[in-house]
Design a protein around this ligand. Structure first.
Ligand code: SF4
Length: 212
């Protein structure tokens, strides 16, 4: 365990350096508990917060900590009573002060790789919210862009399809079947190679396995 932590720290240092080259800010937290405290300190009182994707944010306890904060407005699409209300919250997220998400893969060279069905999550990552905080367990690290793309198609998406009860080829075979039907969650595959606005995207690497 000790050696693994040391390895994670060394690798995170490399990724953080490469994120800086891409105008993104990186941090390393050894545990999810540490990451939670770091993220809470990055969100100012009186601000509006939105989020997309749930596994990493739930597993790390970040979402429940945000729900407990009475000094912020948390835009929660899961609380919507109608599809219209949910749609409104999706759009409101673009003007939030902070957007929280994970990434389906992050390369050692600092690229973020994400797959999205509706597209709202990658859209907010690209443009809109004042700051984007990306939380990623070290299990999301891929050697390079090709490995990252393979990871999102053959690990992240199939696991998410299984979680969502989708009838896609990947839920049967465990690997991407390049489907196009109604059930597919892969409408957008986005590689973020750089942040236009300096340090708008902040990446918190966590020395634990979180999400898929
Ligand atoms: S394209 Fe289809 S088969 Fe491939 S990972 Fe996405 S949902 Fe699964």
């Amino acid at each position: 365990m000790f050696h693994k932590q040391t390895y994670y720290e060394a690798l995170a240092k490399t990724i953080i350096k490469n994120l800086a080259k891409r105008r993104m800010e990186g941090y390393y937290c050894a545990t999810a508990a540490e990451a939670k405290e770091k993220i809470l300190s990055m969100i100012d009182s009186g601000t509006e917060v939105a989020f997309g994707g749930a596994m990493t944010l739930n597993e790390s306890g970040i979402l429940s900590a945000l729900r407990e904060r009475t000094d912020i407005t948390l835009l929660n699409r899961d609380a919507a009573k109608t599809p219209e209300e949910a749609g409104k919250i999706y759009r409101q997220a673009f003007s939030a002060d902070t957007y929280l998400t994970s990434t389906n893969a992050i390369t050692m060279d600092g690229e973020l790789i994400n797959i999205d069905g509706r597209g709202n999550r990658v859209a907010a990552l690209i443009f809109g919210p004042g700051q984007v905080i990306v939380v990623a367990g070290m299990n999301k690290v891929a050697t390079d862009e090709a490995a990252g793309l393979a990871r999102v198609r053959n690990v992240a998406a199939p696991a998410n399809c299984i979680r969502l009860g989708k009838t896609t080829p990947c839920t049967v075979t465990g690997r991407c079947g390049d489907c196009f039907g109604d059930a597919s969650i892969c409408s957008q595959i986005v590689v973020t190679r750089r942040s236009s606005e300096l340090n708008r995207i902040k990446v918190i690497l966590v020395g634990e396995e979180l999400g898929y």
